[in-house]
Design a protein around this ligand. Structure first.
Ligand code: NAD
Length: 245
């Protein structure tokens, strides 16, 4: 229960889903947690410091980092675009890259000087199994952005490896969260049956179920803690066997 004692942690998109489950686990492990989200209403009920932070806005990112002074940064914010290359518009592409990739450039650029001053740190970036790990149907823009996250992660890791800063990515399969349930509803409308949509999502997971947000939070906690001191620059796959066959 003290795996993160003495550490300060900043989490983006902590209002719901994986970000929120991670904030709760970090608190339980003794970290001083700064849970942020663009929508502050979602942060109520969390037992830690909460702040409004829009990862698409550099001033907002800098203000959040200034307040949190983090040793741990969990870049969780991201958005799932639905469709193939022929379905995507320039605007959708730009929005997805800004939220899923450029936002990490902003938060890491703001956080690194703090970590360097504090003598080290751990950065965990949200990628996906759908990335350079594997393709998934109708996830053209999404998979491209999440592959970019892995490249970004490796670059930061190699540049700062000698200064005690680690940077890893996590690559989950399908995880139960509010936005995932919205995706199930949307596919259900398309297929004329929500049960069929649920079955489609679940059947692509060889374990026959999707992950809970808490299962993903456990990997983030490991990567944030000193237990993972010997790993940096890697995509850590946690996908119920989806990409493993
Ligand atoms: P979610 O999609 O249900 O919630 C997203 C959160 O992001 C919301 O609280 C929202 O307010 C916040 N947000 C949106 N725009 C923001 C901005 N500009 N600045 C700050 N916060 C913002 O949560 P989830 O499904 O757990 O997804 C979290 C991350 O995990 C995403 O990056 C997603 O791509 C990734 N991921 C999810 C799954 C899955 O199946 N759920 C699988 C792999 C990866």
């Amino acid at each position: 229960t003290d795996r993160l004692k003495g550490k300060r942690a900043l989490i983006t998109a902590a209002g719901q889903g994986i970000g929120r489950a991670t904030a709760e686990m970090f608190v339980a492990e003794g970290a001083e947690v700064f849970a942020s989200d663009v929508n502050p209403d979602l942060l109520s009920g969390l037992d830690c410091e909460v702040l409004t932070l829009d990862v698409r806005d550099d001033a907002s990112v800098r203000a959040g980092v200034d307040r949190a002074q983090p040793d741990i940064l969990f870049n969780c914010a991201g958005f799932v675009h639905h469709g193939t290359v022929l379905d995507a518009t320039d605007e959708e592409w730009d929005f997805a890259f800004d939220l899923n990739v450029t936002a990490m450039f902003r938060t890491i650029r703001a956080t690194l000087p703090v970590m360097l001053k504090r003598g080290g740190g751990s950065i965990v970036n949200m990628s996906s199994a759908c990335s350079s790990v594997m393709g998934a149907p109708n996830r053209f823009v999404y998979g491209t952005t999440k592959a970019a996250v892995i490249g970004l992660t490796k670059s930061v890791a190699i540049d700062y490896i000698k200064q005690g800063i680690r940077c890893n990515a996590i690559c989950p399969g399908t995880v139960e969260s509010p936005s995932w349930l919205d995706r199930v509803d949307a596919l259900g409308k398309q297929l004329g049956s929500r049960d069929k949509a649920m079955e489609q999502f679940v059947s692509r997971q060889p374990m026959g179920r999707v992950a809970t947000a808490t299962e993903i939070a456990a990997l983030v906690t490991y990567l944030a803690s000193d237990e993972s001191a010997f790993t940096t620059g890697h995509p850590h796959i946690i996908d119920g066997g989806w990409s493993g066959q």
